[in-house]
Design a protein around this ligand. Structure first.
Ligand code: BMA
Length: 299
């Protein structure tokens, strides 16, 4: 089972006429709401600081972007950028998980997994971090509460973890637990794994997309299925990746050999996976939802 690249790829490029998205656009979040595709993408321009831009599309392929970013560094802990958004629609609002990158370490690390909230996808209000002072990112909120609590994926290297909260503000250490990690040998996911976009609820479990890299530092994408009632339990994890860098613009760019995704949505029975290619441009790959679910259950 492999994702198929869209023939219009890459579907979003840097804009040499824009100071904040001159060099790279990558790792976008995409949500589908009221018949439109909404993209929040990471961009780097003349100052190399990451900002989040917004674009909207009717078909998921041709995009209209806003002229200015919708999220920019607002304090010391974000001074070097806001990165890798994942947007979840939850209880009538939109929640963005993003990585804040500080100019100097907070504790021993300079990244913080943050959450922000919006009603209109354009103006964002910061809620707060999932945790501070550790190497933690790749967080994404589940689209509903489970047993009354909000649930988020996150990553403590080299594993994917879960966190739970009553209010999206306090994330207690006692409710954090590992879910799955890298696999042995020389497999594609033998070094590090992290979650991608918002988990998809299916009758057979939570369909979770993840990325991983190997000894050669090649980033690929895979899927696994988590228990609906207890997402800390892995029901099945196929051996093979569903996507890997092959095109020139995935093999070469700002960082070579990278497909990195923060967006996997289902629209009319198809899965749309948006991804950053070589940390430089944005691509789209799709597949049939039922086929992918079959693969995630039995592959
Ligand atoms: C990861 C993240 C992504 C990036 C990827 C490849 O650790 O930082 O933002 O796309 O590395 O460089």
């Amino acid at each position: 089972m492999k994702l198929q690249r869209h023939p219009a790829n890459p579907i979003l490029l840097p804009d040499p006429a824009s100071d904040w998205e001159t060099y790279n656009v990558f790792n976008p979040a995409v949500s589908y709401h009221n018949g439109l595709f909404h993209m929040h993408y990471r961009a780097q321009g003349l100052d190399w600081i990451s900002r989040i831009g917004y674009a909207v599309s009717e078909d998921g392929i041709r995009w209209n972007r806003l002229r200015r970013p919708v999220l920019e560094p607002a304090n010391e802990s974000e001074a070097r950028g806001v990165e890798d958004p994942r947007v979840t629609e939850l209880e009538g609002g939109f929640y963005m998980a993003y990585t804040a990158y500080a100019s100097s370490p907070i504790g021993s690390f300079n990244i913080t997994p943050m959450f922000a909230r919006s009603r209109n996808l354009i103006s964002w209000e910061r809620i707060g971090p999932l945790v501070r002072g550790e190497d933690n990112k790749d967080h994404a909120l589940f689209p509903r509460r489970i047993h009354g609590r909000y649930v988020s994926l996150h990553r403590r290297p080299p594993r994917v973890w879960l966190a739970e909260s009553d209010d999206l503000v306090a994330w207690s250490e006692a409710l954090m637990r590992p879910v799955f990690g890298p696999r042995e040998d020389n497999r594609w996911d033998c070094k590090r794994v992290g979650g991608n976009g918002v988990p998809i609820e299916t009758p057979h479990g939570w369909l979770v997309f993840y990325h991983a890299y190997d000894q050669q530092h090649v980033y690929r994408l895979g899927v696994c299925l988590l228990d609906l009632d207890d997402p800390g339990r892995v029901l099945h994890r196929p051996l093979e990746p569903i996507f890997e860098p092959e095109e020139l613009w995935e093999l070469r760019g700002d960082v070579p050999n990278v497909v990195f995704s923060c967006a996997n949505i289902v629209v009319n029975g198809r899965v749309y996976v948006y991804y950053g290619a070589a940390d430089h441009v944005i691509g789209l790959a799709t597949c049939d939802f039922d086929e992918l679910l079959e693969y995630a259950r039995f592959g």
